[in-house]
Design a protein around this ligand. Structure first.
Ligand code: ADP
Ligand code: MG
Length: 351
């Protein structure tokens, strides 16, 4: 689906170099678990760690991070906090996605067997425009007490998202795509996004296409989620709907999200939380970041290592039921990691 990248991923002596941006909150501890698990799984990846000071108003760390990702082609990241409330300080997370033109985000929400959840057997793919919409960060106070905030929808990016989604659906044997919008109110912006997806859909007669208004979509997701297969939407709806679906299958601690452009790929936990309140307590669920690392390994072509870690996670979560408090369990983060490593070390699931 990604056009063949003219910029090859970094590869030194058979090992990939990957930029690692731990971010704030639980990011650094989750990254340590990734490194620990990679060590035991023998994953051939070296990390270039870049810390960004959330309190700094300077963009030196951000510039270095972007340069590093451009050099390595691939990154894994936690959520970078924007501490300053001042309007001049923009979100670094958004800046990274924009600068690297990571125009699409994919979140594959698939239920884990054995994890207590509000809905069972969910298998929904959310494909989200990732660089414009309400995240354009173009806000100003035009006169006292009146703020204007611009939502940008371009035909170019709407086409790219729709094309990506239909190609992805085709290659992954998915049957249906639903465009989520509010074109009844935002007739021009969401209208453009919807019309574009209809045009692209016409080129893929083998894939069913329908559309749904965002408010109804939220209700349908909670009551009848199995009607959804692949969903495409603009940026802010994507953020909200991703959180709804993660909530349905077990919360923020399980799923990962992938950010793609034509040249670079960035992997991160699906709901992009900082988790400040639970950091340093050994209770954060390490699975979301580990899932991100598995997607990263697949992207680099290390399928055996990805499968080894995936199966160790499934044994730990679905069979042994070693669950952190967010899943209703009492296990520590390190208990989960230790059990995953135990499974990796057992010969029966080695590649
Ligand atoms: P934000 O970064 O948007 O401020 P929070 O960091 O407050 O969001 O996270 C939202 C909720 O998700 C919190 O209740 C947090 O504890 C929970 N959460 C996020 N990540 C994890 C995780 N890895 N394990 C367990 N709970 C998590
Ligand atoms: Mg937070």
């Amino acid at each position: 689906i990604r056009k063949s990248s003219p910029i090859p991923v970094a590869l030194y002596g058979g090992r990939n170099a990957v930029s690692m941006l731990p971010g704030g909150g639980i990011g650094p501890e989750l990254m340590n678990y990734v490194r620990e698990v990679f060590k035991y799984a023998g994953a051939p990846v070296d990390f270039e760690v870049i810390d960004i000071d959330p309190k700094s108003d300077e963009n030196a760390g951000l510039d270095y991070a972007i340069t590093s990702i451009k050099r390595n082609g691939v990154a894994i990241k936690g959520n970078i906090e924007t501490k300053s409330e001042s309007a001049g300080v923009l979100s670094r997370n958004v800046a990274i996605r924009n600068e690297l033109d990571l125009y699409v985000n994919i979140l594959h929400c698939k239920s884990y067997l054995g994890v207590p959840a509000r809905q069972k057997d969910i298998d929904i793919v959310i494909i989200r425009q990732n660089t414009e919409g309400e995240y354009a960060m173009l806000e100003h106070e035009s006169v006292d007490g009146v703020v204007e905030s611009m939502k940008i929808v371009t035909e170019t990016n709407s086409v790219r998202v729709a094309r990506f989604a239909f190609e992805w659906a085709k290659r992954n044997g998915r049957k249906k795509i639903t465009t989520i919008h509010k074109a009844n109110i935002m007739k021009l912006s969401d209208g453009l996004f919807l019309d574009t997806s209809k045009k692209i859909a016409a080129e893929y007669p083998e894939i069913e296409h329908n559309d749904m208004i965002i408010d109804n979509c939220c209700m349908q997701l909670v009551s009848k989620p199995h009607q959804f297969d692949v969903m495409i939407m603009t940026n802010l709806y994507g953020s909200i709907v991703s959180n709804v679906v993660c909530g349905l299958i077990g919360g923020a601690g399980l799923l990962s999200g992938r950010n793609y452009g034509d040249h670079y790929a960035v992997f991160e936990p699906g709901t992009r939380n900082t988790g400040t309140a639970i950091s340093g307590k050994n209770i954060a669920n390490p699975i979301a970041m580990l899932s991100a690392s598995i997607e990263m390994l697949k992207h680099l072509g290390h399928f055996q290592h990805a499968n080894l870690i995936q199966r160790a996670i499934e044994k730990t979560i679905c069979e042994d039921k070693i669950h952190t408090p967010d899943l209703g369990g009492t296990a520590k983060s390190t208990d989960v990691i230790q059990r995953i490593i135990d499974h990796i070390l057992q010969a029966d699931i080695r590649p």
